[in-house]
Write a protein that binds this ligand. Structure first.
Ligand SMILES: [Fe+2]
Length: 287
């Protein structure tokens, strides 16, 4: 089956969110939504999420799922906000528990912060399937960028989050806590084992040298032939050497500190204090 895929590009964080619709009905899923956040002022904004909600409402769609490919480090998830407006169940990978444990320690969260994934409506494991109306989704566990990363294969389309990027840009970094370039290489082989004509939708695009337009859709065949990091049958050793060398030069994403604290809570802010005010922490010399 060929789902109707609509992309929403967020220029502030280079994130692509997707609405994936059953071609024979009104059911849809929203993948990797963005809550706008201005770190300098500590203010959130819902413009990006409102664009998605407006699209859903205009087309009279029924949101079945709000899917997260992983705990993002570069933007805040708008899943709870969208859920409140138009419904849907929030799903993520079962290994979120590992991510919650790691960052629960980094941010010195107390015992009130549950590390069992219970903030989400559904925890997926490899091999799980789910329905969007008559459209079937299958779950691949594709860790490496983070331990909990998933690829959602929905009809002929694979939503790969931060594993593969466009062929001319390559692959995702593997240097966050719990990341591993060797593990990512193995995960990418799983994606490349899908049929060549499978459409691939990536989680981010930064343009690539020589390319002036943002892009987010490619195919398995194109990735196998042309991906600059893993295409043309690059070996695991070559990939690991390249990836680790490159990762050592990368700065932390601008929004990593607020993003992790919010996204590990399924997109919710930390509990307000007794005055009703909400605060995020900045751990010093920890990341
Ligand atoms: Fe990411």
């Amino acid at each position: 089956m060929t789902p109707i895929v609509t992309a929403f590009f967020d220029e502030a964080t280079n994130t692509i969110s997707y609405v994936v619709q059953d071609p024979n009905g009104k059911s849809c899923a929203v993948i990797d939504s963005v809550l706008d956040f201005d770190y300098s002022s500590g203010r959130t904004d819902t413009k990006s999420a409102d664009d998605i909600i407006a699209y859903v409402q205009k087309n009279d769609l029924q949101v079945e799922w709000l899917l997260e490919s992983h705990v993002h480090a570069d933007h805040l998830s708008a899943a709870p906000y969208i859920q409140e407006k138009v419904g849907g169940k929030i799903g993520i990978g079962d290994r979120i528990k590992i991510v919650q444990d790691t960052f629960g320690k980094v941010f010195n969260e107390g015992t009130e912060f549950q590390r069992d994934g219970s903030q989400f409506d559904k925890l997926f494991v490899e091999g799980d399937s789910f329905m969007i109306g008559q459209l079937r989704g299958d779950v691949l566990h594709t860790p490496g960028h983070t331990p909990a990363c998933l690829t959602y294969v929905i009809g002929d389309a694979a939503f790969v989050g931060d594993t593969l990027f466009m062929p001319d840009f390559g692959t995702a970094r593997c240097d966050f806590p719990g990341g591993s370039s060797e593990v990512l290489y193995n995960s990418i082989q799983k994606i490349l084992a899908l049929p060549d004509e499978t459409r691939i939708f990536v989680g981010h695009d930064y343009k690539a040298p020589g390319r002036d337009e943002y892009a987010w859709e490619t195919t398995v065949g194109e990735q196998k032939a042309k991906n600059i990091h893993v295409g043309e049958g690059k070996s695991k050793d070559e990939f690991v050497e390249m990836r680790d060398t490159r990762d050592a030069t990368l700065a932390m994403p601008k929004l990593i500190i607020p993003s992790l604290q919010v996204n590990m809570r399924a997109g919710q802010m930390p509990e307000p204090d007794d005055q009703g005010d909400v605060f995020l922490k900045v751990p010093v010399n920890k990341l």
